[in-house]
Structures are given as structure tokens and as C-alpha cells.
Design a protein around this ligand. Structure first.
Ligand code: PLP
Length: 395
């Protein structure tokens, strides 16, 4: 707030704060130097995090790793598919997702995404005929029709991996996102609901997948004994699988564990904040916030909306600049240079067929971060700034 009572633009860029409760454990680890997950005979912070996360999600197994990308890579590897297997992924996701598929020596097949940011089921079904696996990114926490996806994949015995990087706390039909497919992968990178700078975790109920992921994540020699359950599976896989060393270290777990109990509160605040801004934006004839699918209970920490009706690229860029002048960063995905969420920038994939529907969406879809710590006054500042930026262009 300035001296004359004018409000400054809120800081949407900083991540969620780390609870004070993390400090004592971090101090203990710094003093002892016990940072490696396999040094302690039992009770290492990473192992405790895995047990707590699995319990929170209602999953049998959890494996904490270096990033969600590592979790995606290990999950795909653990499916035991041949080199060159074809993996369907939504064309609206972050570049790390097709990268994980390439890293696993598989071929990403991009599926069209609609104006509501969700997988286009007609294109999905058409491409499923030649697919060996499916990796569903719930991009920015938007859930695709998981009932339809699972029915189609189960009928063909095609395994589904969920990229729930942004979906901690989201539910589909009363089920936690990340527990619907064979494996669910989450991110603890700073701009997610739990902030550890970097980090990821995968969950599964399948003991074989869990055992393969544990070994490949870097449980060398007999370190698998420090992961509970399925001893026979581990013995089967030890020395048969490569060690990719994607382990999480204890300091990350110490930062994450005290945030687990805050998830419920952050989800409720994130949803309320999102809907408060969304209701305002939906009143403007030039904007639309696509509604969630009926079965989806979201856990957003950002808002996406589309420029509705007739907007030229020049107007969309003007709108971005007007919002910036008011202190709010709005990113039109397809209009920001080299955006890692625009499929045409994934040049490492080589030439790809165009995806006109996804392209059209990306050219008019806007992204604004709404960290769950924002107050109502700050959320209203953001809505006002966006609406006033629209007026400046569409007066
Ligand atoms: C949809 C999606 N999936 C996966 C990832 C990768 O997460 P990480 O940075 O933990 O590897 C990201 C990163 O933001 C993402 O946006």
C-alpha cells in the first residue's frame, strides 16, 4: 500500500512460503551432515515423506525423486515397453513432458486439446489405435475426462500414467488425481502447491512398477531394503535394471514434510481465490474462463482464461502490455516468445503434424499465477487490472 492508500500490484511471482516448522529439522541435518537418503538405517526424512505422502493419497507405494520429470521418466521406463513405444500426450503441456518420453526412448504422439484446455476425446480415440501407453498431463491442474480415458485404455489394456504436476489436491469423481492411472507423478518445483525448489514424487498401487522405479531411481546394492514391502520384486530386479540416480535428498524432504498438512488449506484458498477472480472475468464479454468438467473438483494456484470473440494478435499483445503496465503479468501462451508450453517450440521432437485446434487455443489462452497466499484485496486488484487492460484495448 502506498502512503496515499493506493494499492500496489500484488507479488504473484513468489512461491508458497516454507513453514517455520522446517527449520529445526534442516538445522539437525546440517549439523549431522546426514543428507543422503540411504545413510540412516531407518527413518530418513525422504523415507518418512514417502510413507506420509502415500498415506495422504491412499496409495500403496510412493517414491520421492529429484523432479516430476524424473518421476514421469521412471514411470514410463517401469512400464517395460519396447524402445520406440508410442506414448499419447496432450499437445498442451510443458516441454519437460515430451522430453521425459524422449528420454525414455519412446515416441510422443501429440493429441489435440480443446478451448477448455482438456484432451479432445475424438482425436484421443483416433490416435489410441496405434498407442502403447498414455501419459495424461493435467495441465495447470485442468482435468481431462478421466472416466472416458480410462474406459478406452482399460478396454485395450493400455497403461495410463498421470502427470499430476499441478494437480495435488484435485479430485475427479471423488477420487484423488494421481490415483486413477497406473502411476501418478507430482512436482514440488517452486511454482506448485508444495514448494521445495525442486523435487517430485510418484505413487502407485502396483508392486512391480514400484519395485522397478525404486531400483532405477538409484537404490543400488541392497538399499531397496529401506523401502517397505515387496521384497521378492526387488530381488527380481536388482542388477537387472540400470540405475539412473534420480533420488531425492533429505533436505528437500525436510522442506516438503511440514507443507503436507497445509495442502487442504491451500487447496481451499486456491479454489476460492480462483473462483473470485474467475467470476469477475466472466462478466466481461471479451473474456471467458472455461468451467471445470462436472466431475472435477479443482485445486488451482493459477487462472487460465481465453480472449473471447474477435481478437487480433496485435490486440492480444496490447492487452498483455496493458496488464503489465498495471503490474500484472498475463502470458498469452502462444504469443510469448519461445513459450515452453507451445508445442511448435518443441523442436527437439523434429517435424510434427500441425494441431490446429490446440494452436488456436494457445493463441488466445491467457495465464496468470494466483498463489494461494493472496488476500481478497489482492485478488480484486488482479481482476480489476485485467478488466481495465481489456477496456484499454477494446474500449
Ligand atoms: C504439466 C507439467 N508436467 C511436468 C512438469 C515437470 O515438473 P518438474 O519441474 O518437477 O520436473 C511441469 C513443470 O512445471 C509441468 O508444468
Amino acid at each position: 500500500m502506498s502512503p496515499d492508500g493506493q494499492m500496489f500490484a500484488p507479488n504473484c511471482y513468489d512461491a508458497e512460503p516454507i513453514p517455520d516448522a522446517a527449520r529445526a529439522e534442516i538445522d539437525r541435518l546440517l549439523t549431522s551432515g546426514d543428507l543422503f537418503r540411504y545413510t540412516a538405517p531407518e527413518g530418513a526424512p525422504v523415507a518418512l515423506l514417502e510413507a506420509e505422502f502415500a498415506q495422504m493419497m491412499g496409495a500403496r507405494y510412493a517414491l520421492a525423486v529429484a523432479s516430476c520429470s524424473a518421476a514421469l521418466f521412471l514411470s514410463l521406463k517401469a512400464l517395460d515397453l519396447p524402445r520406440g513405444a508410442r506414448v499419447l500426450i496432450p499437445a498442451f503441456t510443458f516441454a519437460a513432458v515430451p522430453s521425459a518420453v524422449v528420454h525414455a526412448e519412446m515416441i510422443p504422439v501429440l493429441v489435440e486439446v480443446g478451448a477448455n484446455y482438456r484432451v479432445d476425446m475424438a482425436d484421443f480415440e483416433a490416435k489410441l489405435a496405434d498407442a502403447d501407453a498414455v501419459l495424461i498431463s493435467h495441465m495447470r491442474g485442468h482435468t481431462s475426462d478421466m472416466d472416458a480415458i480410462m474406459a478406452l485404455c482399460d478396454a485395450r489394456q493400455i497403461p495410463v500414467v498421470e502427470d499430476a504436476a499441478h494437480s495435488l489436491g484435485t479430485e475427479w469423481n471423488g477420487r484423488k488425481i494421481g490415483t486413477i492411472g497406473r502411476v501418478g507423478c507430482f512436482s514440488f518445483q517452486s511454482y506448485k502447491l508444495i514448494n521445495a525448489g525442486e523435487g517430485g514424487i510418484l505413487i502407485t498401487d502396483d508392486p512391480e512398477i514400484a519395485a522397478r522405479c525404486v531400483i532405477m531411481s538409484g537404490a543400488y546394492e541392497s538399499n531397496w531394503k529401506k523401502h517397505p514391502g515387496m521384497q521378492n520384486s526387488y530381488m527380481l530386479w536388482q542388477n537387472k535394471l540400470p540405475l539412473y540416480n534420480m533420488r531425492m535428498q533429505n533436505l528437500s524432504a525436510a522442506v516438503i514434510r511440514p507443507q503436507l498438512e497445509l495442502v487442504g488449506e491451500r487447496v481451499a484458498k486456491g479454489r476460492a481465490g480462483h473462483d473470485r477472480v474467475g467470476d469477475q472475468l466472466n462478466q466481461n464479454p471479451h473474456l471467458i474462463v472455461p468451467p471445470p468438467l462436472p466431475h472435477e473438483q479443482r485445486a488451482p494456484d493459477s487462472i487460465q482464461f481465453n480472449l473471447k470473440g474477435d481478437w487480433t494478435d496485435t490486440e492480444a499483445l496490447q492487452f498483455q502490455a496493458e496488464a503489465k503496465r498495471r503490474g500484472i503479468t498475463v502470458q498469452v501462451f502462444g504469443l510469448s516468445e519461445g513459450n515452453a508450453r507451445a508445442f511448435w517450440n518443441w523442436e527437439f521432437l523434429g517435424p510434427q503434424d500441425d494441431l490446429p485446434q490446440t494452436r488456436a487455443m494457445l493463441m488466445r489462452a491467457c495465464d496468470v499465477r494466483l498463489p494461494t497466499r493472496l488476500t481478497n484485496a489482492e485478488l480484486d486488484y488482479i481482476s480489476d487490472a485485467i478488466l481495465s487492460a481489456v477496456s484499454a484495448v477494446k474500449a
